[in-house]
Design a protein around this ligand. Structure first.
Ligand code: XIL
Length: 327
């Protein structure tokens, strides 16, 4: 018989999946059986919730919340302040120019008040700021309209507004390439400076978009250690394990090879063993999807390429990767 992931890891962390309106319906049974946490893959992003100023569209987000409540799952909120999937009006003055700083912060506050306020007490953790750190060399913060107009203070503001809107929600800084040693130190520096200024931040989200070869287990461990040393909670927020190594751009593969699946299973076992070592630090682990029949990695970053990065196959059956993590 098939063990439930949420039972297997109940003494360690919540186990979650990112869903969209289609997968929430199609994978309903799998979701209810295995998971106790949900994240909206897209439906709680700025452009989905407030496509026009003051016009909020909560239908899909509400449906996810209702499903979660009806089935006893918790919800992680994703995401409030990000350079992607944020409508242009946020940064514009409506006369062809750029919004000024006060306007930008007023819009940020209005959005956060409305969204976090609506789900107050119902969302256990929010990714307040997503991907604000630069991937380039010495540069600390990613160039974006948030930074350009708001200055670096936009990050602290977002956390303050979120905390005011729901004082009980855990507030996270979330990023990818989080195990790269250079980016790791930048993330550490940012979060440390927020803590030093008493900004209400409670955790670091490790997106964990990994593949069967990288990052190395040593780099992942070092990143977990470093973030944990801040005394914050760690959530694995967007876990998947691409079967393609970094330089593999093949688009003609109709199915993953045996070798890929074996390597993937070994890697999944290694990282779950690692996550379990950090009991009390890592309190939530979310897959960025449910089963291999749909993943955002289909077509990304290589167009026309299918991927198989999750632990359930095209039919929703447990893969070798599943058996390794429960075993
Ligand atoms: C992705 C979704 O999975 C896609 O459907 C969408 O087209 C783009 O965004 N980092 C994040 C997530 O924080 O919000 C992204 O989700 C994946 C990378």
């Amino acid at each position: 018989s098939i063990p439930k992931l949420r039972e297997v890891f109940k003494n360690h962390f919540l186990i979650g999946a990112a869903v969209n309106p289609i997968t929430l319906k199609r994978e309903e049974e799998l979701i209810k059986f295995h998971f106790n946490s949900l994240t909206a893959e897209n439906e709680m992003k700025f452009e989905r919730l407030q496509p026009e100023e003051g016009k909020f569209t909560f239908q899909h987000a509400d449906e996810l919340m209702d499903f979660a409540a009806a089935n006893g799952l918790k919800v992680r909120g994703h995401t409030l302040v990000w350079h992607n999937q944020t409508p242009r009006w946020v940064f514009e003055d409506g006369r062809g120019g750029q919004a000024d700083r006060d306007t930008l912060f007023a819009r940020m506050k209005a959005h956060i008040d409305t969204v976090v306020g609506r789900y107050k007490g119902l969302i256990y953790a929010w990714d307040v700021v997503n991907e604000a750190i630069s991937d380039k060399g010495e540069e600390l913060l990613r160039p974006s309209p948030w930074l350009e107009i708001g200055g670096e203070e936009f990050i602290a503001r977002a956390f303050q507004y979120a905390h005011e809107a729901d004082p009980d929600a855990l507030l996270f800084y979330n990023d990818y390439n989080e195990s790269d040693p250079v980016k790791r130190e930048k993330i550490y520096t940012l979060v440390k400076s927020l803590l030093d200024r008493d900004v209400p931040i409670h955790g670091v989200g490790l997106q964990a978009h990994w593949n069967i070869e990288s990052p190395s287990l040593d780099d992942i461990r070092a990143a977990i250690e470093r973030y944990a040393s801040l005394g914050l909670k760690l959530h694995i927020t967007e876990l998947d394990m691409s079967v393609f190594m970094h330089d593999d751009k093949r688009t003609d593969l109709k199915a993953p090879t045996e070798q890929m699946l074996e390597k993937q299973a070994e890697r999944y076992r290694q990282i779950f063993d690692l996550f379990k070592e950090y009991k009390g630090h890592i309190t939530s682990v979310t897959f960025w999807g449910v089963a291999d029949n749909y993943t955002w990695l289909d077509n990304f970053p290589v167009r026309g390429r299918k991927n198989w990065p999750l632990v359930f196959d095209l039919e929703g059956k447990p893969k070798q990767s599943f058996w390794e993590i429960v075993g």
